[in-house]
Design a protein. Structure first.
Ligand SMILES: O=C(O)CCC(=O)C(=O)O
Ligand SMILES: [Fe+2]
Length: 325
């Protein structure tokens, strides 16, 4: 079992984050994900080409260059096509998502579940707040009407701030890891050590013309922040109250990461309409999900029912809060 060492656990408790080497097998677990996504990109390219949105499928390019070319030429960031979660609103019957077997194998890889077990205990639940993030170089990226890069930096936040208050008592662990080495240049995460000891801070839906739910910089000590480069196979663990952001991708290639969440089974996920699952159970091993196809169906059923009915809001914050002025 590749549990956290006593030192890693202590670092995590003291600073609210820890860099853990060798959580994933780069060839056995991550490479199949990269291969699987090559197929997803292939179908996206075919579709956009057929619709006349792009002038070639660019099948001769490797993944990073190909996705960049396609986003730039179509003037659109098609990240929902790759994501293994649904949008926070506006889910339609044909909203795309990707919940493939290689992705499921990564969520349930013994190494990451061992690490999660060290933090959340022996009943490990895969929380459905999870994303793949593909960020093309900012220099060429499509921008919004205010000139902000679409799907650029993740602004300062705590992960507890992006889920519903029902999860405030949940022992929620974030596991962030890249599919290719992530450093300062291509936009790794930056964290504020020790920030998890404070309260949940006010998040503002947009601040100083910057889009996205974020903590205004006057509410924490930004000078304490430090970037955490992470290599392929390694992971960065965060508590739900650790203040963090991502740096911009100022490199010439993509920045590609997964962020997963785990928690004790039975505690609130903070997005109860999305499907989580038991990843490991000491008390009831029969409750564990090992079927990738079923996992896909759970997301498909969720999409279909959200598209038919009322969609909940995951936002608890208010633009009118004085801290947001
Ligand atoms: O990868 C990013 O840009 C942000 C990730 C993040 O905030 C998280 O994993 O909680
Ligand atoms: Fe986050």
């Amino acid at each position: 079992m590749a549990a956290l060492t006593a030192e890693q656990k202590e670092h995590f408790e003291e600073y609210g984050f820890v860099h853990v080497p060798g959580v994933f097998d780069p060839e056995g677990t991550i490479d199949p994900v990269i291969d699987e996504y090559a197929g997803v990109l292939d179908s996206l390219a075919e579709k956009l080409y057929k619709d006349g949105v792009i002038s070639s499928t660019y099948s001769e390019l490797e993944f990073g260059d190909r996705v960049t070319k396609i986003y730039v030429e179509s003037g659109e960031v098609h990240n929902q096509y790759f994501d293994f979660s649904l949008p926070q609103n506006g889910v339609k019957p044909d909203t795309p998502f990707w919940a493939g077997p290689a992705v499921f194998n990564t969520l349930t890889a013994p190494g990451v579940i061992d690490v999660a077990e060290s933090v959340v205990g022996s009943e490990v639940y895969s929380n459905p707040v999870q994303h793949v993030r593909i960020k093309i170089p900012e220099s060429v990226s499509p921008r919004d009407e205010n000139g902000n890069v679409i799907f650029g930096v993740s602004p300062w936040h705590q992960d507890a701030g992006v889920v519903n208050p029902e999860a405030d008592e949940t022992n929620l662990l974030t596991v962030w890891f890249p599919l290719m080495d992530a450093g300062v240049e291509n936009g790794c995460l930056t964290v504020v050590p020790g920030s998890h000891r404070g309260e949940l801070l006010t998040h503002c839906p947009g601040y100083k013309e910057r889009p996205g739910l974020q903590i205004p910089e006057h509410l924490f000590n930004i000078g304490d922040s430090m970037p955490v480069p992470v290599k392929k196979g390694d992971a960065l663990l965060l508590t739900k109250k650790t203040v963090h952001a991502s740096l911009p991708n100022v490199s010439n290639s993509i920045r590609w990461s997964f962020d997963l969440r785990y928690q004790p089974t039975g505690e609130a996920t903070g997005r109860s309409v999305f499907p989580g699952f038991v990843a490991r159970s000491a008390s009831n091993p029969g409750s564990e999900l090992h079927d990738a196809q079923r996992w896909f169906s759970m997301w498909e059923n969720t999409r279909d029912s959200l598209a038919r009915g009322d969609q909940p809001s995951f936002n608890r914050w208010d633009t009118d809060d004085p801290s947001c002025a």
